[in-house]
Design a protein around this ligand. Sequence first.
Ligand SMILES: C[S@@+](CC[C@H](N)C(=O)[O-])C[C@H]1O[C@@H](n2cnc3c(N)ncnc32)[C@H](O)[C@@H]1O
Length: 278
Amino acid sequence: MSGFAADWLALREPVDHASRNPAQAARMRAHFAEREALTIVDLGCGTGSNLRGLAGELPPRQRWHLIDGDPALLERARKDLADWAETARPSGDGLELHRDGRVIEVRFECADLTVRDLDFADVGAELVTAAALFDLVSEDWLERLVARLAARKLPIYAVLNYDGEAEWLPAAPLDGRVIAAFNRHQRGDKGFGPALGPASSEALAQLLRQHGYTYGAGTSPWVLGPAHAALIRALTDGFATAAGEIEPARRAEFAAWAQARATAETVRIGHRDIFAHA
Ligand SMILES: C[S@@+](CC[C@H](N)C(=O)[O-])C[C@H]1O[C@@H](n2cnc3c(N)ncnc32)[C@H](O)[C@@H]1O
């Protein structure tokens, strides 16, 4: 198990889709506008949210290769994608989906990205995308990924990378302390070595420059209000739990903070999106 619960991913999906940076989405769409067909690799696909969010922006015939290390999430992806499509039928060991005039072939691969080859020539990748993944990875791994993709001049679309900016409104005295501890927790090992956490977008941008990519970056914050009560509660608990792992002596204080802050009027969680092409 990866530790990412399918229910948590389901809770964030509509907000993730609505939060994507429109300018970077438009650049990505324009880049492939003339294409009839495209093969896309989605790293750390979870239950397939990135496919559901992007399919409408991409050419009429799509072949998606979904990779995740968690077999349970991949099984859920198979089910959720079939439910999302207008029609779905088995195709090879994957699925053929039809939705909004698009034909979408999907293949599922259970693999650990820390050991898998990162060139994706084996699956014919023409675009590599990842949602909410790069803040979990280490600098070494990201360097390896970008070097492999640059060698094949593959476009990269990395969305919803947490950028360290978080805000509960109206503000309360302990907010800053919890956010600082959470951001330290984000730099811990999430399976790839020390994680980039809030530094992931800047690290990616720097690597893209080094490898001669043309790239654009923009913010994609979650801006949450009363309509997102369940997501606010879950993420506020998540912040307090992670912060408590960094400052164990303040666990009870952070738990009380979460209890009080789960009813904040507005919560803003900062993310960044990047689209790059060679
Ligand atoms: C924050 S979730 C994002 C899921 C999905 N992209 C989304 O936007 O809903 C991160 C995903 O990366 C996967 N993951 C984490 N470490 C991994 C690894 N070493 N190899 C493959 N997948 C991994 C997790 O299983 C999880 O599905």
